[in-house]
Ligand binder design. Structure first.
Ligand SMILES: Nc1ncnc2c1ncn2[C@@H]1O[C@H](COP(=O)(O)OP(=O)(O)OP(=O)(O)O)[C@@H](O)[C@H]1O
Length: 221
């Protein structure tokens, strides 16, 4: 890891278990700003449960130490049930991600944040479209945009590309890389797709046999 950057997140000897079953033993790793860390491993090894354990232990003890506040940490879940009749427009749905809104309407600053994120995620043409009318790939970009509107410093994407075709996967990850470049947000991306890991990842945190090993992706400086 580059020594001149302070980690945003340090995980130290984290043990992950469900009920009486150990999933991961003594996991330690760090996340630097402006990096994309892929979390890989077979179905059921505990990737999602690990992320939940990080959220649960966030700055509560030495196991998960962060230099950011919990509110600067966003999680985009694997599944959301959006049916075809879902009435909110893309823009309204993204606005739900604003954290400090006290009024029933948006302030000028909040409107500017929403518009900035819509631009960053290439959703301008869809802003007034009901979310239920968007394709799966477009909806994933909207979920990403909703998480970004609160200006997170650390973002977790839980298999956001799982149901997308090749083109939509690359489109989404291109947007994620642009966001990282512009905002220096760190991204943890849970994925089963080795091509995406090699194309976009900076680090691979591989979970295997209850152990986690983090390595730099080849070719990344
Ligand atoms: N609340 C729970 N109670 C009991 N078992 C659970 C619970 N949550 C998860 N598990 C089990 O823990 C294991 C790890 O689940 P998890 O979803 O973390 O795996 P994963 O690596 O993210 O899998 P996938 O790649 O398939 O999404 C699975 O066997 C799952 O059934």
């Amino acid at each position: 890891m580059e020594e001149n950057k302070q980690p945003l997140l340090s995980v130290n000897n984290l043990n992950v278990a469900v009920q009486d079953r150990t999933l991961i033993n003594n996991l330690s790793f760090q996340i630097l700003p402006a990096t994309l860390t892929c979390v890989t491993g077979e179905n059921g090894v505990g990737k999602t449960t690990m992320v939940k354990a990080i959220l649960k232990n966030f700055n509560k003890n030495n196991t998960v130490k962060a230099t950011i506040k919990r509110s600067q940490f966003q999680y985009v879940p694997q599944f959301r049930n959006i049916d075809n009749d879902y009435p909110l427009t893309v823009k309204d749905f993204i606005s739900l991600g604003l954290q400090h809104s006290m009024l029933p309407w948006l302030s000028r600053k909040e409107k500017a944040s929403v518009n900035k994120v819509i631009k960053m995620t290439n959703l301008e043409a869809l802003a007034k479209t009901p979310l239920g009318n968007c394709s799966g790939g477009e909806q994933q970009r909207v979920f990403l945009a909703q998480a970004l509107v609160s200006d997170p410093k650390l973002l977790i994407l839980d298999e956001s590309t799982a149901s997308l075709d090749k083109e939509a996967k690359f489109l989404l990850l291109d947007v994620v890389k642009q966001v990282i470049k512009k905002t220096h947000t760190a991204v943890i991306f849970i994925t089963h797709d080795p091509v995406l890991v090699q194309t976009y990842g900076d680090y691979d945190l591989n979970i295997y046999n209850h152990q986690g090993t983090i390595s730099k992706i080849k070719g990344v400086k």
